[in-house]
Design a protein around this ligand. Structure first.
Ligand SMILES: C[S@@+](CC[C@H](N)C(=O)[O-])C[C@H]1O[C@@H](n2cnc3c(N)ncnc32)[C@H](O)[C@@H]1O
Length: 208
């Protein structure tokens, strides 16, 4: 993928279909799209909900090659998109795709989400990032050790991080079992038979 190719086609081309978007990535990363990267339609709906004010800072927890951030920044250009991802090669793919797109308002960090200060963000997207730890679940690669204990640990850790966020914090969950959502958040919209949920932290809710 190179920038000249994108310039010739214009960036709208890449957001016209899943197939076109995957042309931004290497073949191997594009092949993981169906199972591991959120669909463009889901991203468009989610980004609209999360980008509730200009300059809002939105974090994708487990951002893969940055599909949510790149498409989110295309659909909501007044918001700032951040991704945290544990695999360096996925971060590199995402940063290259962003360069090819001309530099959308996206920053991808290679870290474990446990290392981030969530206080720097206003809103969050979460596409069941810990699921691959469960036995039988599809894996992105074989470079990591997976276990149910790690799933439980990460889900609990994320739940605790969300529990200290202020009233008004917005979260979108996609394909989640909601283990990571603490009390005090209300599901204000549900789509796709419950697969996609939009949450807002209620005013006056206690940190349990
Ligand atoms: C299902 S993919 C979702 C990718 C992206 N959010 C999207 O919707 O297209 C989950 C990603 O989370 C990453 N991940 C899992 N656990 C993580 C952790 N503890 N810290 C950072 N990234 C993590 C995985 O490496 C994987 O790339």
């Amino acid at each position: 993928m190179n920038g000249a190719k994108v310039q010739n086609r214009g960036i709208d081309h890449y957001f016209a279909s899943e197939h076109n978007f995957c042309q931004l990535f290497s073949e191997a990363i594009g092949e993981l799209n169906e199972l591991h990267w959120a669909p463009l339609k889901i991203i468009q709906m989610s980004a609209r909900f999360l980008a509730y004010k200009p300059g809002v800072r939105i974090l994708d927890i487990g951002s893969g090659p940055g599909k949510f951030c790149l498409a989110g920044a295309y659909y909501q250009p007044e918001a700032l998109f951040f991704g945290v991802e544990q695999r360096q090669y996925l971060v590199d793919e995402g940063m290259m795709a962003n360069e090819a797109l001309g530099g959308l308002a996206v920053d991808l960090l290679c870290k474990n989400f446990t290392q981030l200060n969530f206080g720097e963000f206003d809103a969050f997207f979460f596409y069941n990032s810990f699921f691959e730890n469960l036995p039988g679940a599809g894996k992105i690669d074989e470079t990591l050790s997976y276990s149910k204990e790690l799933y439980d640990y990460y889900s609990y850790y994320l739940n605790r991080k969300f529990s200290v966020m202020p009233a008004g914090t917005r979260i979108v969950t996609y394909c989640s079992w909601e283990d990571e959502i603490p009390s005090g958040y209300r599901a204000v919209e549900t789509h796709m038979d419950g697969l996609l949920k939009f949450w807002i932290r209620e005013p006056g809710s206690q940190n349990p």
